[in-house]
Design a protein around this ligand. Structure first.
Ligand code: NAP
Length: 254
């Protein structure tokens, strides 16, 4: 494996579990210094320990992406720790589902909007503010979903609306800031191998059985497969890829 990110400072939000942890590990394996951000110190420390065990460089930053003060401090801390901010992955997100729109609790709607939309907006603002001051600019990858701009299913309207917003925000931000040297793209995963894709009461085996029928590929995506798409978009190989939204869903929304 070539080390595409040697010497680069990479921030990953929601890095204490699931996709975010896999993304953090993948960047570290390719030479990056990784800032693992999220609300829960213990899970971030586990991610950092996994990276250091493999000889990589990482630090945990406790931050709630719904709070602008936290987000500002998070970016400043990455710069203090690693001397800059080359790549940011806005992955922190929450899922709420199981009710049609008529019965969607307002609290769920507000939590979804706060985290998945406002959290990404605040992160983008703080990250771009830093990156456009750097001669080398930077690259940002937002994690949207195949549910949203690419496909819809019943009972998940709030989540779908927020993820469609992430896809749209990505394209708008990409146009606004490519002239500043900041390249912005998104990855839209389908069901990936984390707790978020388990239906209530479902086991991993149940989910595998469900995915066999539901996915054209016949299986769930691994978090490593989602991470590979993120690393591609953040890398020099994607130097002319701007405002794209790369779907990684085994063909579900093809
Ligand atoms: N898994 C899938 O099937 C799938 C499919 C499509 C898209 N996605 C997207 O992929 C991303 C990662 O999901 P996942 O499956 O890896 O789920 P996950 O394991 O629940 O990861 C979400 C992460 O976000 C963090 N987070 C939540 N709210 C936050 C906040 N306010 N501030 C900072 N961090 C926050 C959580 O940590 P704390 O709670 O400790 O803060 C957690 O580590 C999400 O954006 C999700 O919508 C997932």
């Amino acid at each position: 494996m070539t080390a595409r990110f040697t010497g680069q400072a990479v921030l990953v939000t929601g890095a204490g579990s699931g996709v975010g942890r896999a993304v953090a590990l993948a960047f570290a394996a390719e030479g990056a210094s990784v800032a693992a951000a999220g609300r829960t110190a213990a899970s971030l420390d586990e991610t950092v320990a996994l990276i250091r065990k493999e000889g990589g460089s990482a630090a945990a930053i406790t931050a709630d992406v719904t709070r602008s003060e936290d987000v500002g401090t998070m970016v400043r801390r990455v710069v203090e720790l690693f001397g800059g901010l080359d790549v940011a992955v806005n992955n922190a997100g929450v899922f709420r589902g199981g009710a049609p729109i008529a019965d969607l609790p307002e609290e769920d709607w507000r939590t979804l909007l706060d985290t998945n939309v406002t959290g990404v907006l605040l992160s983008l603002q703080a990250e771009v503010a830093r990156m456009r001051e750097q001669p080398t600019g930077g690259a940002i990858v937002n994690i949207a979903s195949n549910l949203g701009a690419h496909s819809r299913i019943p009972g998940v309207a709030g989540y779908i609306a927020t993820k469609a917003a992430v896809s749209a925000l990505t394209r708008a931000a990409a146009l606004d800031h490519i002239a500043d040297g900041v390249r912005i793209n998104a990855v839209s995963p389908g069901p990936a191998d984390t707790a978020m894709s388990l239906l209530p009461g479902e086991t991993d085996a149940d989910r595998a059985h469900r995915m066999k029928g539901a996915s054209p590929l016949g299986r769930i995506s691994s978090t490593a497969e989602v991470a590979a798409a993120v690393l591609y978009l953040a890398s020099r190989d994607a130097a002319s890829v701007v405002g794209s939204d790369l779907v990684v869903d085994g063909g579900a929304s093809a």
